[in-house]
Design a protein around this ligand. Structure first.
Ligand SMILES: [Zn+2]
Ligand SMILES: [Zn+2]
Length: 203
């Protein structure tokens, strides 16, 4: 399907493409892997979304139906795996290292697997309410799950950028005591503002 982009996040991972992964970047590559927007057109076999639907697009391109996807291992989707580079599933906007799929820093985005990949969200609330579903929220949620915090336990989050801050919010939401560590005053202030037993702020 073709999605008209309304918001596209910037990611700390994008910085890798300007630094250590720079050699994989080709002229004409379009970056951006945290997009959302409105379906402009859908292929004839797409039944789950229709033009006009509002969707968030996960950064990880997975078919949703192969063996790995059916085990919940979407980042190793067998349909989009980048064998040439020895990588897992393709990613939007992340160079030939991950399939050279054009990314979401654009007016329109081509999105495969229209029946299984997009996350349909309601019209109405601002984009900022949903756009983190693409990467920041699931990435942080997974990090907190991997930390395996025992009930009533505590966790140290090193770095309170977008992912670390979201990890802190999620861990707190799940009942953990959170110790956030960073050197940037504004980040510490943002975490501190949620210190006193408050539920996570709504974006
Ligand atoms: Zn990202
Ligand atoms: Zn798959």
């Amino acid at each position: 399907m073709i999605v008209k982009i309304t918001t596209s996040g910037l990611c700390g991972s994008d910085l890798h493409l300007y630094e250590v992964l720079g050699p994989f970047l080709d002229e004409g590559d379009i970056l951006g892997h945290e997009p959302m927007g409105v379906v402009e057109e859908a292929g004839s076999e797409v039944t789950e979304v229709a033009p006009g639907d509002r969707v968030v697009i996960p950064f990880n391109i997975s078919c949703g139906t192969c063996f790995m996807c059916s085990q919940g291992l979407h980042s190793q989707c067998e349909t989009t795996q980048v064998h040439a580079q020895g990588m897992g599933a393709s990613l939007f906007g992340f160079t030939k290292l991950y399939g050279q799929v054009p990314g979401g820093q654009a007016e329109y985005l081509w999105v495969p697997f229209g029946n299984t990949l997009p996350i349909k969200v309601p019209h109405g609330p601002a984009d900022q309410r949903f756009v983190y579903l693409s990467d920041v929220l699931p990435t942080s949620w997974q990090a907190v799950q991997y930390a395996d915090i025992p009930p009533g336990g505590s966790v140290v989050v090193i770095g309170l950028g977008p992912i670390g801050d979201m990890c802190a919010r999620i861990a707190k939401h799940l009942g953990a005591s959170v110790i956030g560590v960073d050197l940037v005053p504004e980040r510490l202030e943002r975490a501190r503002a949620r210190r006193d037993g408050a539920r996570p702020q709504r974006a």
